[in-house]
Design a protein around this ligand. Structure first.
Ligand code: FES
Length: 106
């Protein structure tokens, strides 16, 4: 099962096994990682799952598109590698993915 690394804004690091096909958001919620809320359950309508994809991984993960890109205009402190983690589906290729979490989702 792929391992996803989550780095909270305070530097605390967690790793979680996340099944292929699950989202990076669901992996965080299932493992009680605080920095991702996922209030809408993953339907791209709350933006409380904002994360920063590590630069070394961004090309593999890819940029946001469509409604996700529009939602990211509303998050606090967006960065060039910002994504909504509910829209990143875990694949075998993403084993080892590193995402940083913002200081706040509001
Ligand atoms: Fe709501 Fe990602 S969980 S937009």
């Amino acid at each position: 099962m792929p391992i996803i690394h989550y780095v909270e804004a305070n530097g605390a690091e967690y790793e979680a096994e996340v099944s292929v096909g699950q989202s990076v958001m669901q992996g965080a919620v299932d493992n009680m990682i605080d920095g991702i809320l996922g209030e809408c359950g993953g339907v791209c309508s709350c933006a409380t799952c904002h994360c920063y994809v590590d630069e070394d991984w961004f090309d593999k993960v890819g940029p946001p598109e469509g409604s996700e890109r529009l939602m990211l205009e509303m998050v606090p402190a967006p960065e060039p590698t910002s994504r909504l983690s509910c829209q990143i589906k875990v694949t075998a290729d993403l084993d080892g993915l590193v995402v940083r979490l913002p200081a706040s989702q509001y």
